[in-house]
Design a protein around this ligand. Structure first.
Ligand code: SAH
Length: 252
């Protein structure tokens, strides 16, 4: 007997950013699997079984979810943001790749990723070519992170940095800024978007030269502009908008 496995993105925090599809899949689940703070955000029924786990055991969590589904349960694995961006979907497919996928009924439900939520708050900083890099060196060597930051700077992408800092790696964001400052203009726009969509949301706009990386924590998404990213002044004390024009390289 085989059940089903839905890998569900629940957005970065705000209830209105949970899609109707995600809501329906979670409601239909007999078993909900995920990192505990994400499960705590969901209005689960008492009949629904919760399987909370630690943050750094994605592959074990994926295998547990697959086993529950193979045993006939209707399982939802939840991820913050989008499940395909540095999150559970890849862990589930990695487990299926290693152990065999068989005929398991698997479905991925997209969610609003932190970069999209941050971009919407700020204006349109991702309006032209951009790239996304996780600063975590849990699953890759720092040398590779450094090479990618250098290449992205060289190519003049807007850069979105996920996992910019954690208690175990408080200094990596300083290393990243040192590298970016060596490659890019000090006037480059920088945004620190923290806890977007949650009650403790904060947004800081600055430049590469002035940015203070010590305010960055693991709930922060860091955006580094391209050479074309611009501030748009607003009236009064309002924070300027931030956007990247749709054209580049001399095209109007
Ligand atoms: N799957 C998630 C990303 C998981 S990695 C997504 O698509 O958004 C975790 C990182 O995402 C955090 O370290 C932080 O950089 C970013 N992040 C997640 N939620 C956020 C939020 N509400 N505000 C700002 N950044 C957030």
């Amino acid at each position: 007997m085989s059940g089903s496995l839905a890998i569900v993105g629940i957005g970065p925090g705000a209830d209105e950013w949970v899609t109707p599809e995600a809501r329906a899949l979670i409601e239909a689940a007999t078993d909900v699997v995920g990192y505990k703070p994400y499960l705590d955000r969901l209005p689960l029924r008492t009949a629904q079984r919760r399987h909370a786990s630690d943050n750094r055991v994605e592959l074990d969590r994926a295998r547990h979810a697959i086993a529950l589904a193979r045993a006939g349960n209707c399982v939802a694995v939840v991820s913050g943001g989008d499940p395909g961006v540095f999150a559970m979907a890849a862990a589930v497919f990695e487990a299926l790749d290693q152990d065999g996928a068989g005929d398991l009924d698997v479905r991925v439900a997209p969610g609003v990723s932190a970069m999209q939520a941050a971009a919407a708050r700020l204006g349109a900083p991702l309006g032209h070519d951009f790239c996304v890099i996780s600063l975590s060196d849990n699953l890759k060597p720092w040398d590779l992170v450094a090479r990618r930051l250098a290449a992205a700077s060289e190519a003049d992408f807007v850069i979105a940095l996920y996992n910019p800092a954690s208690k175990a790696r408080p200094r990596r964001i300083f290393d990243a800024f040192a590298l970016l400052r060596a490659k890019k203009d000090g006037a480059t726009a920088v945004a620190f978007a923290r806890a977007v969509g949650r009650s403790d949301e904060s947004l800081v706009l600055t430049t590469l030269a002035d940015a203070d990386p010590s305010i960055v924590d693991m709930a922060t998404l860091v955006l580094i502009g391209s050479s074309a990213t611009r501030f748009v002044a607003r009236g009064g004390a309002a924070r300027p908008w931030l956007y990247t024009p749709r054209s580049a390289g001399g095209r109007a």
